[in-house]
Design a protein around this ligand. Structure first.
Ligand SMILES: Nc1ncnc2c1ncn2[C@@H]1O[C@H](COP(=O)(O)OP(=O)(O)O)[C@@H](O)[C@H]1O
Ligand SMILES: [Mg+2]
Length: 230
């Protein structure tokens, strides 16, 4: 059976990486992974990210997140670097795993490009839609969890994480436009993009995500809700 792609999206510091790890752990601890494997619905569970989900992508990630030294990265060049990372990730990682029947948890995907390069940098949204299509070859997420948090709160959280990368260092108004982008995307795609209130505690956010995952897994695989601990 073909696998599923679940994406975590949102502004800097909204909790994507934290919640992706917690979701992975929960899928194991709750028994969902074992149940789906036993029934033959799922082969394995993997986590990945954009940019940087492949060896080439890791090099692109370093280019994208490094502090500028001699020259700033132009917006169109930035857009194309993200697209190159994505094309490599889709063809070299995501599609092969989906064909094998994996459940994939992915940190960022196409909506980030629309929010950051479109709403944030101001690049034409039609151009980004076309480029996303080229980069993904039409692969869309099965479910996108949008961790909704205002940009300022997210940036404060990232400051507790240590040194800021090139994107985190952009001014607050840039991150506010990005947040507006995610907000509009969620309104436009209510089936695919599910809003999660990311202002709550880590545990409360995790519980919201578990509720959504439980519903979706049951719907996708037609199995009764698993009454497992944890
Ligand atoms: N719900 C939360 N409340 C407060 N702080 C959080 C919460 N979730 C994550 N954090 C902290 O905020 C910072 C950013 O979280 P992270 O998961 O790295 O965000 P992202 O991957 O979306 O940038 C980390 O230091 C993390 O420990
Ligand atoms: Mg992260």
């Amino acid at each position: 059976m073909r696998g599923k792609l679940i994406v975590f999206e949102g502004v800097e510091g909204c909790g994507k990486t934290t919640q992706l790890r917690r979701s992975q752990q929960w899928l194991v601890d709750s028994g969902w992974q074992a149940l789906l494997q036993t029934k033959g619905y799922l082969q394995h569970l993997v986590t990945t990210r954009e940019p940087g989900g492949t060896a080439l992508g890791l090099q692109v990630r370093q280019l994208l997140l490094a502090q500028p030294t001699t020259e700033a990265i132009e917006s169109r060049a930035e857009l194309l670097l993200y697209a190159a990372d994505r094309a490599q990730h889709v063809d070299g990682y995501l599609n092969p795993h989906l064909l094998q029947g994996a459940l994939i948890l992915c940190d960022r995907y196409t909506d980030s490009t629309i929010a950051y390069q479109g709403y944030g940098r101001g690049i034409d949204l039609n151009l980004i839609a076309q480029l996303n299509h080229v980069a993904t070859n039409g692969l869309e997420s099965d479910l996108t969890l949008w961790l909704d948090l205002d940009a300022a709160t997210g940036l404060v959280r990232t400051q507790q994480r240590g040194t800021a990368d090139r994107i985190e260092q952009a001014d607050l108004s840039f991150h506010q436009r990005v947040q507006q982008g995610f907000t509009e995307l969620a309104q436009r795609h209510p089936q695919r993009i599910i809003r999660i209130d990311a202002t709550r505690t880590e545990t409360e956010v995790a519980e919201q995500i578990q509720t959504v995952l439980t519903q979706r897994l049951a719907a996708w695989y037609g199995v009764e809700r698993l009454k497992a601990e944890g």
